[in-house]
Design a protein around this ligand. Structure first.
Ligand code: SF4
Length: 219
């Protein structure tokens, strides 16, 4: 399968996605777009490790399942990182279990951006991944290392402005991407006014990327 060109609701800054690990994501988020597909059990597709990843691409590695989840064997991740390091690209690695990044911290150079998802500061019982507050505590540990960091607020859910801003500021992310639920999952969403206020304050300390699918909530 190799590289897939960016399409649909993917981040606008990403040129490609690459999914060497496939199968049922252990985190089981209620809003996951992959829920519609029969994906089988979690596995490393060894043949992907001979994919040509090209050069000067911005590749989201592991967009269809969380390749940093606790159930993913370290050996699979090591093989993937070895392969990405052979090509001159920028790589986005994103997870809801960010403490796993620490295991591989020496493998990340300035071509790698590490991300986590914080849909909100609240606990809405959306999945069996660590809660947003736990992700935040784990992700913050990366501040002790010289790594590039981003946060995805997607699908954005109703939040407490001051608490959420405090959490996001503490991470010191290079940028924050904000998007909304695009699959009618009936989530508890914030008002347009509240989102605009959040964006205004975020711009005071980081770059903000607003995804097209947020427009529905900004009317
Ligand atoms: S972590 Fe990502 S891939 Fe995994 S279930 Fe949640 S939304 Fe889907």
């Amino acid at each position: 399968m190799g590289l897939n060109k960016q399409s649909g609701n993917m981040y606008p800054f990403v040129t490609h996605t690459w999914n060497p690990i496939r199968g049922r994501c252990p985190h089981q988020c209620c809003y996951c777009y992959m829920k519609r597909f029969r994906v089988g059990k979690l596995r490393l597709e060894e043949k992907e490790l001979s994919s040509d990843l090209g050069s000067s691409n911005f590749i989201f590695v592991g967009s269809s399942t969380d390749m940093w989840a606790a159930d993913v064997p370290s050996e699979w991740i090591r093989k993937i990182l070895e392969h990405t390091s052979k090509y001159n690209n920028t790589y986005l690695f994103q997870t809801k279990y960010p403490i796993r990044f620490l295991e591989f911290i020496r493998s990340f150079n300035q071509d790698c951006i590490l991300g986590t998802t914080l849909e909100t500061n609240r606990n809405y019982d959306l999945s069996i991944a660590p809660l947003p507050i736990e992700r935040w505590m784990q992700f913050k540990l990366l501040n002790d290392y010289k790594v590039r960091m981003m946060v995805s607020i997607e699908p954005i859910m109703d939040f407490d402005l001051e608490n959420f801003l405090y959490m996001l500021r503490k991470i010191k992310p290079e940028f924050i991407s904000i998007g909304a639920d695009s699959k009618k999952n009936d989530l508890i969403e914030p008002s347009s006014k509240k989102i605009k206020e959040l964006i205004y304050h975020l711009k005071g300390f980081t770059k903000v990327i607003v995804k097209k699918n947020l427009n529905r909530l900004l009317q």
